[in-house]
Ligand binder design. Structure first.
Ligand SMILES: [Zn+2]
Length: 235
């Protein structure tokens, strides 16, 4: 996983802005790991994708995930800072195949999730995901499954790929409410990419207007040089 250059950030932001978040995540990984073909990345288990997104985040923005979330009870703003290595550092073995009630399943992938983005009924989406992940698909219908059975299979699929979803245990300092907040690594990375792209374009605008340099010239400056020129312009 290589770090991204200034030009990469702008390209990622420009191309990713019109894509679904699932595709943005794969685009980011494909730019940082050029040897991987897009179709292969789409078939990665979600845990593997999340570890790759986290590695990319660490390479480009550092180890800490700093942000805030609103308490669902009292709306108090709760700020937090997390060590990403502790969350995603232990790369866990993801089973290629899980047997549940005699049927073989594989872990969920980005492509599976893409297949249900337009499905508004939660139960129907869960069933469709199971059909997609069932390796004995010819025998699997699932239409007679109860809600409990669907939940039980979903739970076992989640356990087989623990980093597919990371839940943060949070407690509100104001009202004491405790809850689990899903950590969406793809959304997190994208927020940082957007912020970086905006800052780069602002620097280009300011330095081009001041010195008459081209966009390419400004983007090729090191962070230190560009930062110092920006300080001098603002002084
Ligand atoms: Zn609260």
């Amino acid at each position: 996983m290589r770090t991204l250059s200034n030009l990469d950030f702008l390209e990622l932001w420009e191309r990713g802005a019109v894509l679904h978040p699932l595709d943005r995540a794969l685009l980011a990984i494909s730019m940082a790991a050029p040897g991987e073909d897009y179709g292969t990345l789409a078939a990665w288990p979600l845990g593997r994708r999340n570890v790759a997104l986290n590695q990319l985040h660490r390479a480009c923005f550092g180890q800490m995930l700093t942000g805030w979330v609103a308490c669902p009870e009292c709306s108090e703003r709760l700020e937090f800072s997390l060590d990403a290595e502790k969350l995603y550092g232990d790369v866990q073995e993801i089973a290629g195949e899980i047997v549940i009630d005699g049927r073989r399943f594989r872990p969920l992938t980005s492509r599976d999730l893409a297949g249900v983005v337009n499905e508004s009924n939660e139960q129907a989406a869960a069933l469709k995901l199971m059909r997609q992940c069932c390796l004995d698909s010819g025998e699997f219908d699932g239409s007679t499954f109860s809600l409990e059975e669907i939940d039980a299979i979903s739970e076992q699929l989640a356990q087989a790929d623990p980093l597919a979803e990371t839940l943060l245990e949070l407690q509100c300092a104001e009202c004491g409410h405790c809850w689990n907040e899903p950590l969406d690594m793809a959304a997190w990375l994208w927020t940082e990419v957007e912020a970086r792209a905006r800052r780069l374009l602002l620097d280009v605008h300011t330095l081009a207007a001041t010195y008459g340099w081209s966009e390419a010239e400004i983007l090729s400056l090191s962070e230190q040089r560009r930062g110092l020129y920006m300080e001098m312009v603002r002084a």
